[in-house]
Design a protein around this ligand. Structure first.
Ligand code: GDP
Length: 199
């Protein structure tokens, strides 16, 4: 199976003309090594780099994402700005600019490491506190590394998910499973009001 041939990269050969566009900032949070930057890479370039080295310091990538309205055929462009903590999660608190203007927070844990779920709960609590004071960030929970999971922690995970009342997704950044569903959910929940006429 060729790894670079995929529908997203071929899509970019013919850039559609969008009539409307919106900027959408997404932040990723979670314990180190749960797969945050691998998920970003998977979404942005449909690739997985097992040997990549972590970089320290906040980093973000911009990904253009086109959606076509099935009824009107109108093409809309979403400029995803995806922020990766890039190691700073180790310091327990992130610069306020990390959250500023974010619409969505993806909280990631490792399905095979139950302690990373506890850490995810910590970040969710932190975001809920932020949401009480600032604007509202949609919170999504992601259990990553489904390719390694033998469902050993499923009971505890479903109890936690039920208690937290946040949308929950299972992914494998390595194999690519679940990543499209996650971003499709984000696209589907975008408020149409944030789109502006394309420049
Ligand atoms: P981050 O610190 O949260 O950004 O995590 P990374 O993206 O750097 O990933 C940490 C390690 O987990 C790396 O060795 C990745 O190759 C590996 N990894 C990430 N996602 C997956 C996955 O879905 N499955 C497997 N098997 N390994 C993964």
């Amino acid at each position: 199976r060729p790894s670079v041939q995929n529908k997203r990269s071929s899509q970019s050969l013919f850039t559609p003309i969008a009539s409307k566009e919106a900027d959408l900032k997404i932040v990723l949070l979670g314990e180190s090594a749960v797969g945050k930057s691998s998920l970003v890479t998977r979404f942005a370039s449909n690739a997985f780099d097992a040997d990549k080295e972590s970089t320290i310091g906040a980093a973000f990538i911009v990904k253009k994402y086109y959606v076509t309205d099935p009824e009107t055929n109108e093409v809309k462009l979403i400029n995803f700005q995806i922020w990766d903590t890039a190691g700073q999660e180790r310091y327990q608190s992130l610069a306020p600019m990390y959250y500023r203007n974010a619409s969505v927070a993806i909280i990631v844990f490792d399905l095979t490491d139950i302690s990373s779920l506890t850490k995810a709960e910590f970040w969710i609590a932190e975001l809920e506190a932020y949401n009480r004071e600032e604007h509202k960030i949609q919170i999504l929970l992601v259990g990553n590394k489904s390719d390694l999971s033998k469902n050993e922690n499923d009971n505890q995970i479903s109890e936690t998910v039920e208690r937290l009342k946040v949308p929950y997704f299972k992914t494998s950044a390595k194999e690519g499973t679940g990543v499209d569903e996650l971003f499709k959910y984000i696209v589907d929940s975008i408020d149409d009001g944030i789109f502006v006429e394309s420049r």
